[in-house]
Structures are given as C-alpha cells and as structure tokens.
Design a protein around this ligand. Structure first.
Ligand code: MG
Length: 253
C-alpha cells in the first residue's frame, strides 16, 4: 500500500531529508584526490549522528546473501553504479564517485545521492553527471497530483536516451517513509504498467542511474557492488520528494 503522509509526518521527513543533504554537503567539501571513501563514510556518519539521526544503510542485509552493509554511505567509483562499499583506496584525480546517503530521523527516512567529480574530470564524465542530474529534474516535472508513475519514468528515459546514454533497468526508485523502500517502484524507464496515480502526501525517492555505455550491470563477488557490464562509467542522482497540491517539494535539501 502506498502511504500518504500527514503534514506533521512531512515535517519530520523534511528534517530527515535535510540531515541527508548536510551529510552530502560535507562529503562534497571533502572530496579530493587522496581521500578514501571510508573516510567520507565516517564523516557522513558523524554528521548524521550529531543531528540525532541514524545512518540507515548501515546493517542492511544483502539482498544476495552477502554480509550486512557495513557503512553509512554507498560509494561507487567510475564504472560502479550503486551499492559500492566504502574502502581504503584513495580517490584519484579524474575519478567520479556516486555517493548515496540515507538517514532516519524520528522514525522517518531521507534518501539522496549525487555523483561528484574528484579533482578535474574528463568532459565526457562531466556531461554524464550533468545529464543524470538533469534527468531527475525532467522526471519531477511530472511528479504532480493526478499524473502517474509512468509519466515520471518516461520523462527521465526520454531525456537520458536523447543524450546518448542508457538507463539501468535492474534497479529503480521507490516510495519512502517509515521504511526506506516502500511501494510504489519508480522505474527510470517505461514499462507496460502506468503505475499508481500520484496523490498529495506521497513521498518518493526518484533516482536515475545512467550508464555511459549499455544498460547491463552485474554484481561483484562482495554481493553488494553493482558495476556496468561493459566497464564504462555510470552516474546516479537521487532526492526524496513529496507530491503536493502544486510543485513537487524536494525534501532532501
Ligand atoms: Mg533510494
């Protein structure tokens, strides 16, 4: 069932979302050649805990039978798409790194992701990051009362493919609230289903994952990290949003 949040619940979700954004802002400040994703995760965890929230990714069971997720953030470098496990490998000039952060405040979740540049990156990498971010904004133009999930999916897919990139199909956006993943699923591509109609008070995590090459991905032996099958770059952009009576509201800001 799709939950509809009261104004009081939306207010808590704004606070959860703001904490996620603070953690992402702190990571953006720190990202530079030489820092490790493990250091970034520790700093994000510190920001989240200081704000009286809980890092929601830590301890999540692997969907593929691996270890529980060990860190506060997902950090996915270059051809890694999502769910990268933070480690002690220093980031290098020219890398791109997708950082996904989740926090629970007063029982409600916030979830957002950005792909950051490490030092100066190639024009190709920069364009991939920009198209991925812009595809999110094309998607939420459709996130209005009376529209359907597929309207969001279609806007994202059209923009990404018109720019010569491909959409990851094995992972999708999701409803969010007292659970990190609630119905409905929000594919970033059109399927045969129109999906539910959007109503005010629904809260959604919209998260295009965009590949420079083909759409296919595989999962590494650690049972977490998703990588592009062709080894080409991938980028990710996500916010938690609320459907309102007018413009959609970004909660992770
Ligand atoms: Mg998400």
């Amino acid at each position: 069932m799709i939950t509809v949040k009261s104004e009081r619940e939306l207010d808590i979700m704004r606070r959860a979302g703001h904490i996620v954004k603070m953690a992402l802002d702190r990571i953006e400040e720190l990202i530079a050649p030489g820092i490790t994703t493990s250091e970034l995760s520790k700093e994000a965890e510190r920001v989240i805990i200081k704000a009286d929230a809980i890092p929601s990714f830590k301890g999540v069971p692997s969907p593929y039978g691996g270890v529980d997720f060990p860190a506060a953030i997902c950090a996915s470098v270059n051809h890694e798409v999502i769910h990268g496990i933070p480690n002690n490998v220093p980031l290098k000039e020219g890398d791109i790194v997708s950082i996904d952060v989740g926090a629970i405040f007063d029982g409600f979740h916030g979830d957002a992701a950005r792909t950051f540049e490490v030092g100066s990156v190639s024009p190709e990498a920069r364009r991939l990051i920009e198209v991925t971010r812009e595809s999110f904004y094309k998607g939420i133009e459709m996130a209005r009362e009376g529209m359907h999930i597929r309207d969001i999916s279609s806007a994202i897919q059209k923009y990404v493919e018109a720019n010569g990139y491909s959409i990851v199909r094995d992972f999708v956006g999701h409803g969010i609230g007292t659970q990190m993943h609630e119905p409905p699923q929000i594919p970033n591509f059109v399927t045969s289903k129109r999906g539910p109609m959007l109503r005010r008070g629904m809260t959604l995590a919209i998260e295009p994952m965009v590949n420079e090459g083909g759409p296919d991905v595989r999962i590494l032996a650690n049972k977490w990290t998703v990588v592009t099958s062709d080894g080409k770059l991938s980028a990710h952009y996500e916010n938690t949003i609320a459907i309102t009576g007018n413009e959609p509201e970004i909660l992770t800001r």
